[in-house]
Design a protein around this ligand. Structure first.
Ligand code: HEM
Length: 463
């Protein structure tokens, strides 16, 4: 424990949370939870037992929080665990055949080919785009804050999309941003929500939402084409300006071939979609927690104001902002944006004391895992000090905001740079308080979002 931590006066914050159900919910409640809020589907036992098993609608599913079993599923025997047909059906119309959805040899080729675009050096090259979008966002926030309470969740969505757009295309998103936001909102509000039949009907057959999703894709891909074609008309630069240049430079390590146009477009969609909503919710929860914990907020502000961020590359991990980084890490423990990693067994296996049959579903939920009684002292308390240098080691496989193993998030470094820099700049500049004290509960559909978006009172620290 460092000196500042030891001098802490306020008791640890336990942010509002709905108690999990005592018993596993019955069929109707379980189905409702999948559609409306997956967090209600895990009973109290899931937060205390290493593996829980459930049989429903003729299928067995496991919730796995046992480190050895997680390692078996996501690392040692990962080839035996594929994406579920529900995930593919819901995501493919918007992501195409990009990295997130692909499997087997297609996935291996893409992952190896994309690796050079996501090295720490490549991400450092994108940090300028992140920083410029954050600075422009702060100017907008000045104006919004002067007019009254601010809807920070909407602001952070716009900011994360702006960062994703500029990092991908180098251009500010005034032209494409509103349309891009409309596409994404239309998808996530209805078509991206899981329905029971998405999961039960085999992929080659039609589920009820497949048709509207296909119609969506017919409008979505020409939109992406327009943005990419505008870039293709420009002369190729000598050095990569953005992620699109890095993706265009990608070569298959075996054949030397670049991505086809269609593959390129699917990777563009994947990176924008996988990256912006997750980071927006992480930033929202970090600011919410800091609004509830002014002592930690002041500490982030002091650190941010004392740090030289004129060159932002590497700021997430180079020791300039250790407490801000710990706040980001602890936020993603309490509110992991990706609350569920789910797989389908391709062949029988064993996890812990359980036999897994072909077709069984295994769920590793960062939400459950990060609040699990076996892994964390005071699991529901907000305590960034857990992640400060010198704190006891976090148990391996107990903290997985970005997953683990070969399919670990390829954008993790990018996301951390973005989240740490944006948090430092926002909190260094403003004092953030809730304008409405009503508790904000989390709701998990696609990502872990706030149940309602509260207004915040934002005042300049230097006023
Ligand atoms: C806070 C922000 C983020 C969180 C919490 C997050 C979380 C995750 C998780 C948990 C996975 C693993 C899923 C699984 O194993 O099924 C994943 C995969 C992935 N993420 Fe992220 N992500 C974030 C930001 C980003 C960004 C910024 C990008 C792109 C620039 C990105 C692109 C991807 C891709 C392409 C995959 C699939 C990797 C593969 O299957 O090989 N993510 N992410």
């Amino acid at each position: 424990m460092d000196a500042i931590e030891a001098s802490r006066t306020a008791p640890r914050l336990v942010p509002p949370r709905r108690e999990p159900p005592e018993q596993a919910p019955g069929l109707a409640a379980y189905l409702r939870s999948i559609r409306d809020n997956a967090l209600l589907g895990w009973p109290r036992a899931a937060y205390a037992e290493a593996i829980t098993r459930r049989r429903m609608l003729g299928r067995t599913s496991f919730t796995v929080s046992d480190p050895e079993a997680i390692r078996r599923i996501l690392v040692d025997n990962q080839a035996n665990y594929a994406r579920t047909s529900g995930s593919v059906r819901i995501l493919r119309p918007i992501l195409g055949e990009g990295l997130l959805i692909s499997e087997g040899a297609a996935w291996r080729h893409q992952r190896r080919a994309l690796a050079p675009a996501f090295t720490p050096k490549a991400i450092d090259g994108l940090a300028g785009h992140i920083a410029s979008a954050v600075e422009d966002g702060l100017a907008d926030l000045d104006a919004e804050a002067a007019a009254g309470p601010v809807e920070l969740f909407a602001f952070l969505h716009r900011l994360a999309l702006e960062i994703a757009g500029r990092s991908m295309f180098s251009v500010a998103m005034e032209r494409h941003g509103p349309e891009l936001r409309r596409f994404i909102a239309a998808y996530s509000e209805r078509l991206g929500r899981p329905h029971l039949l998405d999961m039960l009907i085999p992929l080659p057959w039609m589920a009820p939402l497949d048709l509207p999703r296909a119609r969506f894709r017919r409008r979505w891909t020409p939109f992406l084409d327009r943005i990419i074609e505008a870039r293709a008309a420009e002369a190729a630069p000598r050095e990569a300006r953005d992620l699109l240049d890095l993706l265009i430079a990608v070569r298959n390590p075996e054949t030397g071939a670049p991505f086809s146009y269609r593959e390129l477009r699917d990777q563009v969609a994947t990176m924008i979609l996988a990256g912006h909503e997750t980071t927006a919710v992480a930033l929202f929860w970090a600011l919410y927690l800091l609004a509830l914990d002014p002592e930690s907020q002041d500490r982030v502000a002091a650190e941010a104001r004392g740090a030289d961020l004129s060159s932002p590359a590497g700021c997430a991990g180079d020791g300039r902002l250790p407490f801000t980084r710990a706040v980001v890490d602890e936020t993603m423990r309490l509110y992991p944006p990706a609350f569920l990693i789910v797989r389908r067994a391709l062949a029988p296996d064993r996890i812990g004391d359980h036999a897994v049959e072909k077709g069984d579903i295994v769920m590793i939920s960062p939400w459950v895992l990060h609040r699990h009684r076996l892994h964390w002292p005071e699991p529901d308390a907000f305590d960034p000090a857990r992640f400060l240098p010198g704190a006891p080691a976090i148990p391996r496989y107990a903290y997985l905001p970005f997953g683990v193993g070969p399919r670990v998030c390829i954008g993790a470094q990018f996301a951390l740079t973005e989240a740490v820099l944006a948090l430092a700049r926002i909190v260094g500049r403003y004092r953030i308080a809730l304008a409405d004290p009503a508790p904000v509960l989390p709701l998990a559909v696609v990502t872990t979002q706030p149940e309602h978006a509260p207004p915040f009172r934002i005042t300049r620290r230097d006023d």
